[in-house]
Structure formats: structure tokens, C-alpha cells
Design a protein around this ligand. Sequence first.
Ligand code: NAD
Length: 291
Amino acid sequence: MSTVAVIGLGIMGLPMASNLSKAGHDVIGFNRSQGRIDQLVANGGRGATSVADAVRDADVIITMLPDSPDVESVAGGDDGLIANAKSGAIWVDASTIRPDVAIRLAQAASARGIRPVDAPVSGGEQGAIEAALSIMVGGEAADVEAARPVLEAVGKTIVHVGPSGSGQTVKAANQLIVAGTIQLVAEALVFLEAHEVDTESAITVLAGGLAGNRILDRKAAGMAARTFEPGFRVDLHHKDLGIVTAAAREAGVAIPLGAMTAQLMGSLRAQGHGSLDHSALLLIVEQLSGR
Ligand code: NAD
């Protein structure tokens, strides 16, 4: 069993840290707000007073932070992760960030003897609670294998997809698919309601055919009931669609549906809905439909 530091104990980080503790690892957590640290301690972990305090004795460090600048700020500086982790420690960044930033941070970490792995996740809060995340892993094969026992305590599908940064590229593709799927499910639900079809029956039969997907299974009922408790916040998915749009432009790839969904997600955010679940895209469909 390893000593595992977890930095960022939000919607995803706290259940991941709790599952690591349940699996027998010695977990030490740090978060910007103390309340989340207290919750980890109640779940069997230990609390740290700073990033440096958390990482000092850790064999494996997991960061689960909102965005690229957050990971850069936790990683850098005299008080940061890279300066204070022990040589040979594995650093798993599970946050969703820009692939180019992941590559740059991996180079900085490697230069100090830290073994970097980018390991963004999919499966949402439910997947984190159930330790059933799908994890797309970038990095050196030996480092990925060394990280595997810890990843297995939080995820079910763990795939090494290539060198540093490629985990983030696969995650960007994941976010493209999820956003587009939510948008289409939202359009279908508003369409069904307009025709006064019972949405519960419609969701059941749609889920059993070729249109079946995880958004229908997990989110459509909540969307039909207009409950948009996150889950995955609009702010974060908007960030991810910015990552995909930039990376696609860089590669010369056209993503017309993704770009349009990014615009709709941006509009939802501009209207003050950044803290709702991303399935609130349905509100935009209603608005565009004058309903
Ligand atoms: P969140 O906002 O709930 O959690 C982030 C946590 O990091 C917060 O508790 C915050 O206080 C903490 N934090 C921020 N800056 C910090 C700092 N400098 N030092 C210490 N703590 C700091 O976000 P989340 O939903 O848990 O998402 C985390 C990451 O995982 C994001 O990159 C997101 O895109 C990705 N993700 C989220 C989901 C989901 O369903 N929520 C699913 C897959 C991936």
C-alpha cells in the first residue's frame, strides 16, 4: 500500500480520495477550503496544511483541480508540488487540462526526478463514488504501470493511450462526444414534450435501441424533471470545449457540431448558469424554441 496525496477534494477528488483510503492506502488530502479536508478525515484519510505538506512523503500524488492555471499554480513555485515531492514520486494529474500544458508540466516534473502521468477521467461523480471511472492515461509505460495499483482503486477501465499529453487529448475527444450527445438528447426531450409524448416511456424505448447512450440512461430523467444539480458544472464543460476547439484548430480539424455546442454552452454560462449541471443545455433548447 502506498502513501497517496490528493490535492483538490471537490466533486471528484473527495470520493476518489475516500476510495483510495477504503482500498487501504494511506491518504493525505489538501484542498483550498478546509470543509472538504474535514470530510476526507471523516472518511479515513489525513488532512494536510499545504500542498508541500501533502506531497512531502507521498509515493503517489494525485491532482484533481478545475483548470490548467490551477494545476500550474499547485505544481510550480517554492511551495509547490514539483519543488517538494520526493524524487521518484509518481504524479498523476487527473484534472482535465490543455494537452500542451500537460506536456510542459510533465517535462518540468521529469527534470526534478518526479514521474508524471496525465490521467484524466470520465464517468462523472457517480463513477468517482463507485470507483468505476474510465481513465485515459498518458506517460512513460513504466510510470503508468507504477501508477496502476492506485488508478485501480478509483477506476475500472484504465488504458495507456500514449506519451505525456495524450491522455488529455483523448479526454478532449470524450468531452466533444459528451457535449454533443447532451445537446441532442436535450433537443429530443423538448421535441417530445412539444408533441405531448410521455418522456419517461420515450426514454425507456430510446435507451433500448440504436439511440441508446449513457446520457439517456443517467441524465435524461433529470433533464425532463428540470433538476440540474451538478454533477459536472457548465463552467467546467465550457472550459473543456475551449480545449477541444483550440486543439482541433491547431490540428486543422473541423468540428462544426462541437464548435456549435461550445457556443451554446457559452451562452448558458453567460446567462448565469455556470454552476448548473451541463445537462442544463436543455434550457437553451427551450429558449431557442420559445418555450
Ligand atoms: P470541483 O470544482 O468540484 O473541485 C475542484 C477542487 O479543487 C475544489 O474543491 C477546489 O477548492 C480545489 N482547488 C482549486 N484550486 C486549488 C488549489 N490551488 N489548492 C487546493 N485546492 C484547490 O471540480 P470537479 O468537478 O471535482 O472537477 C475536477 C476536475 O475533474 C476538472 O478538471 C474537471 O473538468 C474534471 N472532471 C470532472 C468531472 C465531474 O463530473 N465533475 C468528471 C470528469 C472530469
